[in-house]
Design a protein. Structure first.
Length: 327
């Protein structure tokens, strides 16, 4: 039966007063409310507790919950960290090394801010179609309508148009062409200075070191933030090595460490490499709770912040009840 809840966060900021109030994030005041709800029903634990539970000589506390934050946004340092530090609870943060070290903006974030810059997504799709037309012969591309009909399927968070844009620019197109198109759209809709935008968006090394000194956990989120299941074994190993070098520069202990898969993407090749490099557990984006006694620690499920109430006075919801009933 499940005995561990892992919650996943991305953007947590003062949304109303930010430059991009349309970004799909959690307002800091709602985060504080949700933390109060969490502390009513759960015991917030540390990553070390999860490591120890995997050794079979340590039982997790009742109603255990782990807080995880992907992508190392500066929001996490400015808004999340002070709240956690004041409460004396740990968050686990997963930085993508290249974005911070080389001041580049991740493809996924370029897409987020392109979409947040326009209320109507049709102009973005029109521009995307135009660029596809330009490069169709060179890259042997399908027709625009064929891509749309195949990919534009709404999910629990996004409309069909947004899913189409994300899928095209995250995975479907060849990497070289994705970069060309993304840079074109990012320059038009968001910023012509990628380095400056990156410094504004992500934490820096000193901020990560500060959080580490104050008891936060810092784990791996890859180097390039690739879909790791699309890479060769050698490329996967290079991603791991670069990411571990980055964590060592931050001051992290890499004798035991946790991985957070970009996009939740993994495969058997990657998992075997992670084990070779002393990784002890890895987090997916699959929705669900964890049975730490029986579940594969390299495919641990997580809840999204939207799966738990953001009202401190809310009654326990379906996910919370599952934990309470089995504890």
């Amino acid at each position: 039966m499940p005995n561990l809840t892992i919650v996943m966060y991305h953007y947590v900021r003062d949304l109303k007063h930010s430059r991009y109030p349309e970004i799909k994030g959690l307002d800091i005041n709602l985060f504080k409310e949700q933390l109060q709800y969490i502390r009513t029903y759960y015991n917030v634990i540390k990553m070390r507790d999860v490591f120890e539970s995997l050794k079979r000589n340590y039982t997790l506390p009742k109603n255990s919950l782990l807080l995880t934050f992907d992508d190392a946004y500066k929001d996490h340092f400015e808004f999340v960290f002070p709240v956690l530090d004041a409460l004396g609870i740990q968050g686990s943060f997963f930085p993508p090394g290249k974005a911070i070290s080389e001041h580049r903006v991740l493809d996924v974030n370029k897409i987020h801010f392109i979409l947040a810059s326009v209320e109507n997504k049709e102009p973005v799709i029109k521009d995307l179609y135009s660029l596809l037309d330009t490069y169709r012969n060179e890259y042997n591309l399908d027709q625009n309508e064929d891509y749309f009909n195949k990919l534009a399927i709404a999910n629990r968070f996004d409309t069909s148009e947004i899913v189409f844009i994300k899928r095209m620019l995250q995975k479907i197109l060849p990497e070289k062409l994705r970069n060309i198109i993304l840079n074109n759209l990012f320059s038009k809709y968001v910023s012509k200075d990628e380095e400056a935008f990156s410094r504004e968006l992500y934490m820096n090394i000193d901020q990560l070191k500060c959080m580490l000194r104050h008891g936060m956990y810092i784990g791996s989120h890859g180097w390039n933030h690739y879909w790791l299941d699309t890479l060769s074994r050698d490329q996967q190993e290079q991603e791991i090595k670069l990411s571990l070098n980055f964590l060592q520069n931050v001051g992290c202990d890499t004798s035991e460490w946790a991985m957070c898969y970009p996009y939740g993407a993994t495969n058997d090749s990657l998992i075997s490499l992670l084990k070779r490099y002393n990784c002890k557990l890895a987090l997916s984006t699959e929705v669900g709770l964890v049975n730490s006694a029986n579940d594969d620690p390299f495919t641990y499920k997580r809840l999204d912040t939207n799966d738990l109430p953001k009202d401190k006075d809310a009654e326990s919801n379906e996910w919370t009840l599952q934990i309470i009933k089995t504890s």
